[in-house]
Design a protein around this ligand. Structure first.
Ligand code: NAP
Length: 249
């Protein structure tokens, strides 16, 4: 029996856990950071909460006798990915990253690509008045000093009470979102600019299509670097990789 730890936090991990549950010879545990109040429904064994950095993760992998780690976290969750790389290297077990491809800018898109949220806040200064901020809740304070900008801030759960919130309105909602929904929001709130992480995938892509159709600017935050290691672009490829490992190990 191969014991697999799936690091989750996005839909790909949910799908992967469901598929892995049907592979004979594999026993999987899915792990979530515990950020959202109502996490997505994961099939099988689930653990919730941080491990305690690299030493904590090493301890967990040893204690649970994990043979393989699959990192199916969000492309912007780079701390846990770095920790997973270091921990698996330390104990010498295989690690696979499931990294969905980033969105590509198309002909009619009006994107301004930036390296991080701080840079996104800086570029808004002279060119936006009403912004749809779709970066989640963890870094909204980065935008709190923007002068003369009103923000519509969409996130799954409301921000913590100690967070400085930019002026505007908080909208708690969870994807997937439809094109119709996104167009309606952009028009209703008279949005002139969207700030988005380049998350990839289909669940939150309709806002990008809506912006294209309505001629609205997108400040696109590029992804942080990923640690070196094997990677696949989707869940099916991850399952195939696992099947191959079953033969080898
Ligand atoms: P992060 O900065 O990479 O991780 C911060 C810490 O959270 C990690 O050091 C780890 O704590 C804990 N952690 C993260 N993912 C974990 C997991 N799957 N299982 C157990 N512990 C985990 O991550 P983040 O950006 O805060 O995101 C947190 C979670 O939300 C991730 O799982 C990610 O997939 C999901 N998510 C993130 C985004 C985003 O834009 N960042 C968007 C959607 C979903 P310890 O050091 O104590 O182990």
């Amino acid at each position: 029996m191969l014991r697999v730890l799936i690091l989750g936090g996005i839909g790909d991990a949910v799908e992967l856990a469901a598929k892995v549950a049907n592979i004979p010879g594999i026993e999987a545990i899915a792990s979530l950071a515990g950020r959202t109040r109502k996490p997505a429904n994961l099939v099988g064994n689930v653990r919730i909460g941080g491990f305690g950095g690299v030493p904590g993760l090493v301890g967990y992998l040893r204690e649970m006798q994990i043979d393989i780690l699959i990192d199916a976290t969000h492309p912007f969750a780079n701390q846990i990915s770095e920790n997973a790389a270091a921990a698996t290297q330390e104990i010498g077990i295989p690690r696979l990253m499931v990294i969905r491809p980033p969105w590509e800018k198309l002909g009619d898109d009006c994107w301004l690509e930036v390296e991080n949220n701080l840079a996104a806040a800086a570029v808004l200064a002279n060119q936006a008045k009403r912004v749809f901020l779709t970066i989640g809740r963890q870094e909204i304070a980065t935008f709190a000093n923007s002068q003369g900008i009103w923000f519509l801030m969409r996130m799954i759960d409301p921000p913590n009470t100690d967070v400085i919130i930019p002026p505007g309105l908080i909208l708690c909602d969870r994807g997937p979102f439809t094109l119709e929904n996104e167009q309606e929001i952009l028009l209703k709130y008279n949005i002139d600019t969207i700030v988005s992480k380049n998350s990839g995938g289909s669940a939150t892509y309709p806002k990008i299509i809506a912006a294209r159709k309505l001629g609205i600017k997108v400040v696109m935050v590029n992804r942080p670097p990923v640690p070196p290691g094997e990677q696949v672009p989707d869940v099916d490829s991850a399952c195939k990789w696992l099947f191959d490992k079953l033969d080898i190990l």
